[in-house]
Design a protein around this ligand. Structure first.
Ligand code: PGA
Length: 257
């Protein structure tokens, strides 16, 4: 499959960083730096508390859109501390990151919960960024493909052919997140090919070929072009290196096509 048919996505996952004031300061510097870019989508995922301010600032941009870092699958109810899709959409949120490894491993989110969240996001017109990835011990035990397949089967369990290409998959090996250890190009391409082949088995091949697969885990300005040159890498989900406007602008300006 020719990757040029898929529009690349460069997404910033800010995690639990940035107040409203810091979000405004970032966007003031960042937006002019990426103003002239084309042939890509740039996504910013601030914390919930900064979504409103970020949404106001970027609402005129066609290039830059807003993501939430998580949501609950119910629309409302007695779920203290949770946020629903209708609340997110009020701020102009377009995407939602689901199943991030920190949600899975720090907050104990299981595949079954992530499956319900993906279904709910699609039902409520939010585009899921479904994160999957193996831990180091799983990779070393030869279990990587099995783990990724389990996460994919759960994540896509309620997704039909006609909506499958609304989901973006982010392959983020847990051992590469926040560690400075990026997967080598061979490791990334190997995982991405396997993910693509799983998608092709599950959906019509035309649809499976449209699904974007991002790489995440210590992406930085120095390695983005090498990663983007891989045929099955359709973008990146970036944590640490997305917190400075200059650094994320360099990543967002990567070579595409
Ligand atoms: P990192 O985080 O770029 O800091 O490794 C990526 C992520 O967790 O999405």
């Amino acid at each position: 499959m020719n990757s040029s048919k898929r529009t690349p996505v460069l997404a910033a996952n800010w995690k639990m960083y940035k107040t409203v004031a810091e979000t405004r300061d970032f966007l003031k510097v960042f937006l002019p730096l990426v103003n002239n870019l084309t042939e890509r989508e740039i996504v910013i995922a601030p914390p919930f508390t900064a979504l409103s301010a970020a949404g106001e600032i970027i609402k005129k941009s066609e290039l830059v859109t807003l993501a939430a870092q998580n949501m609950y699958f119910e629309q409302k109810g007695g779920f203290t501390g949770e946020i629903s899709s209708i609340m997110l959409k009020e701020f102009g949120v377009k995407w939602v990151i689901l199943g991030h490894s920190e949600r899975r491993h720090i907050f104990g989110e299981e595949n079954s919960l992530i499956s319900l969240k993906v279904k709910s996001a699609l039902e409520n017109d939010l585009l899921p960024i479904l994160c999957i990835g193996e831990k180091l011990e799983e990779r070393e035990a030869g279990l990587m493909h099995e783990i990724l397949e389990k996460q994919l089967s759960a994540g896509f369990s309620e997704v039909g052919n006609q909506e499958a290409d609304k989901v973006v998959v982010a392959y983020e090996p847990v051992w590469a997140i926040g560690t400075g250890k990026t997967a080598t190009p061979d490791q990334a391409q190997d995982a991405h090919i396997n993910i693509r082949s799983w998608l092709t088995g599950r959906f019509d091949s035309g649809i499976a070929g449209q699904i974007r697969i991002l790489y995440g885990g210590s992406v930085k300005p120095e390695n983005i072009n090498e990663l983007m040159a891989l045929p099955d890498v359709d973008g990146a989900l970036v944590g640490g290196a997305s917190l400075k406007p200059g650094s994320f602008a360099q990543i967002a300006s990567c070579r595409v096509g």
